[in-house]
Ligand binder design. Structure first.
Ligand SMILES: [Zn+2]
Length: 196
């Protein structure tokens, strides 16, 4: 039982459906970043347009960004199940005309995935203001995918300390991390395709 003075958010079904469908998930973040919404309503994909600028944001793109192609509230179990199916086990999802949802093996990982997905959207949006963004060539993306997977938890911890420092909070225990290394066997995405 929760506190009597608090009510359950309407879109709790985003969270409960994902926990039910994907038992490995231990945290879900749902937010409404403006640039991600703007690009979604224009059918513009979140392209992998930078590398060393922000490798963790590139990782979110490379892990595959699901699309939930409806802008309705996820306000009941049926819609929650439909949404969970659209995520298809991926750690990040753009919800057309609505926002984003990310998952992780800890609250920190899910939060960092959300921050990086929002940054990827912001950079794609800004790039389209000044020209036509060109996705990274396959070999440059492989350069990041081919890195030492054991180093990724270090990169993620470092990023989390950075964001905690920005808001004046200490980072939590490091044993919460169980970051999945970059996959190296995925096919190159079609740059003309919508994020899926
Ligand atoms: Zn929402």
């Amino acid at each position: 039982m929760g506190r009597a003075d608090l009510s359950v958010p309407l879109e709790v079904h985003i969270h409960t459906a994902l926990y039910r469908e994907y038992p490995d998930i231990s945290s879900v973040v749902h937010v409404h970043p403006e640039e991600a919404v703007l690009l979604s309503v224009c059918d513009l994909p979140l392209l992998p347009i930078f590398g060393a600028y922000d490798p963790l944001a590139l990782r979110v793109a490379e892990d595959g960004i699901a699309l939930y192609d409806r802008s309705i509230l996820v306000s009941d179990e049926v819609i929650g199940s439909e949404f969970a199916a659209a995520m298809a086990g991926r750690p990040a999802c753009v919800m057309r005309g609505h926002g984003i949802t990310t998952t992780g093996s800890s609250p920190e990982e899910a939060s960092l995935n959300a921050v990086k997905l929002a940054e990827l959207a912001q950079m794609n949006y800004r790039a389209r203001l000044v020209g036509t963004p060109r996705p990274l060539p396959h070999d440059e993306r492989e350069h990041f995918a081919g890195g030492d997977p054991s180093r990724w938890p270090d990169h993620v911890r470092s990023a989390w300390r950075y964001y905690c420092a920005k808001v004046g909070e200490a980072a939590s225990s490091e044993d919460v991390w169980a970051v999945t290394p970059l996959k190296v066997d995925r096919p190159p995405p079609d740059p003309d395709a919508h994020p899926s």
